[in-house]
Write a protein that binds this ligand. Structure first.
Ligand code: AMP
Ligand code: ZN
Length: 503
């Protein structure tokens, strides 16, 4: 039986505002679109959080046995400074400042983005389309919206007619906004405005003289509006109706709202069935953003070279830190939280590395109750993940498995009574969830492999325990062997006190 039938998934659908049972449109298959980066600057940790949240969604759906087509775009045109319809294109501006071709800017920051994704062990999407690679599709999309009466052209630019659209279907459903309220809160149009209404948004903008990124269209030379690319590319690769659309919470309005309106205005189909939003990474309660000056680049994070950082943290520590909260909650950065994550990550990996050292399970009289109870812990991990991808809860349950592994190591007789098939199945999922779902891997820390460090830590914990309970303890042969293996030299083991050094 597929794992997704055993552990049915529920997701918080921001379109319906309900937590719903996840049922893909086509049995066993999932189409997912996630808004990607605008490639005009280095990504900061806030961006990484959103992409990590959807990395977990992608990984977990795959783990459950779904065949997933994951599309995440690269925005390389049309995203204007200020996120609205006026102002310079973010990429063109960077190109002007750095005296580069816009496509050099795009390539540079796309490469940088990929490097960061790799550093934090995020899987690449199945398709990574670019906005500039889909100009024809975007023009065709606009033509359909115009012919359906939901867009109008003014002097070489085309705008989506929100008021007209709202007469036929509600605009603002996703973000819970009401057109009348929004209208009363926007400024009056002046004679210079091209839009009929302040809420209207650009589908195509006429290129002014000197504009660098422009294409021919039925309305003259210009470029697509920012929201359009995601409508054109998601439906091209996933169909008019698909399963999941994701992005950061800050994109809900206007970007995602506009996407839904464009889709319906074009074909009558709204696009995604489930809308999922990742919450923000904050610093002292404020959204991490380049403009706020509170955004660390991954390099600053690794080296600790930033005024908000006490020291550097490894990529897996940072990944673990993000997983310790649910994707839909805000996550506040702090050095203390990163230090706690570092400990947690090491503890978890140490127990993964300890598995190999365990004796065989089920070598004694198998106790079915204890076996079932052990199995229950990993079932809880998967149930937690199936509860709207709750990595925070799943990690707490994983720690329970982890402490069982540690105690099996210390008391092999406890393992002897666990059914071997159950033990193997539990460990398979324990390892699988940690590496395939959470994307955690052993990493080289300060020249030493975390596997070795994990081993050292375990042995040291054991040594401390023994020292505490017995004044004249003798180290068991097993501990001695393990110590030797991980390079720990015992210097003095008299009088219940000991000192040790690590090679
Ligand atoms: P951008 O490149 O600005 O379009 O942003 C790329 C993605 O990062 C979007 O999905 C944003 O929602 C997301 N994002 C930006 N700032 C943060 C933050 N502080 N925390 C989490 N996600 C963020
Ligand atoms: Zn988008």
């Amino acid at each position: 039986m597929s794992l997704y039938k055993q552990y049915p998934l529920s997701v918080q659908n921001n379109l319906t505002k309900q937590k719903e049972q996840f049922e893909p449109l086509s049995e066993g298959k999932v189409g997912m679109y996630v808004c990607g980066p605008t490639v005009y600057s280095d990504v900061h940790l806030g961006n990484v959080r959103t992409f990590s949240s959807f990395d977990i969604v992608y990984r977990y759906l795959t783990y459950l046995g779904y065949k997933v087509r994951y599309v995440r775009n690269i925005t390389d045109v049309g995203h204007l400074v200020g996120d609205a319809d006026e102002g310079e294109d973010k990429i063109a501006k960077k190109a002007r400042l750095d005296q580069l071709e816009p496509m050099e800017v795009v390539q540079k920051y796309t490469n940088g983005f990929h490097d960061v994704m790799q550093l934090f062990n995020l899987l690449p999407p199945s398709i990574e389309p670019t906005a500039t690679g889909h100009i024809i599709e975007q023009i065709e999309f606009i033509q359909k919206i115009i012919s359906n009466g939901y867009a109008y052209e003014v002097d070489g630019s085309v705008y989506f007619d929100v008021k007209k659209y709202n007469e036929d279907q509600p605009y603002g459903e996703l973000s819970g906004r009401n057109v009348e309220d929004m209208m009363s809160n926007t400024r009056e149009l002046t004679g210079q405005d091209q839009k009929k209404n302040q809420l209207d948004f650009a589908l195509w903008k006429k290129a002014q003289s000197g504009h660098l990124m422009k294409w021919s269209s039925p309305w003259g030379e210009g470029f697509p509006g920012w929201h359009l690319e995601c409508s054109a590319m998601s439906t091209k690769y996933l169909g008019l109706d698909f399963d999941i659309h994701g992005g950061g919470m800050d994109l809900k309005f206007p970007h995602h709202e506009a996407e839904i309106a464009q889709n319906k205005g074009c074909s009558g189909h709204g696009g995604a069935k489930y809308w999922i939003h990742g919450n923000m990474l904050t610093v002292n309660g404020r959204k991490m953003a380049k403009s706020e000056g509170n955004g660390f680049t991954p390099e600053e994070l690794l080296t600790g070279n930033h005024k908000l950082l006490d020291r550097g943290y490894s990529a897996m520590t940072v990944r673990f830190f993000m997983l310790m909260s649910h994707y839909a909650s805000t996550l506040d950065f702090s050095n203390e939280a990163l230090q706690a994550a570092e400990k947690g990550y090491k503890r978890l990996m140490a127990s993964v590395n300890l598995i190999e050292k365990l004796p065989a399970a089920g070598s004694g009289n198998v106790d079915q109750t204890k076996s079932a109870e052990f199995k229950g812990i990993i079932e809880k991990v998967l149930t937690d993940l199936s509860d709207d991808f709750n990595t925070a809860k799943a990690i707490a349950s994983l720690f329970e498995v982890s402490s069982r592994i540690n105690s099996f190591y210390q008391n092999p007789s406890d393992l002897a009574v666990i059914d071997k098939a159950i033990f193997d199945e539990t460990i398979k999922h324990f390892r699988g969830v940690i590496s395939d779902v959470l994307g955690l891997r052993n990493e080289v820390v300060g020249g030493q492999d975390a596997e070795v460090l994990g081993g050292v830590m375990d042995v040291l914990i054991e040594l401390r325990k023994q020292a505490k309970f017995s004044k004249n303890y003798a180290l068991s042969d097993k501990i001695r062997d393990d110590l030797k293996e991980v390079g720990v030299q015992i210097k003095d083991e008299k009088g219940g006190e000991m000192s040790y050094s690590i090679d």
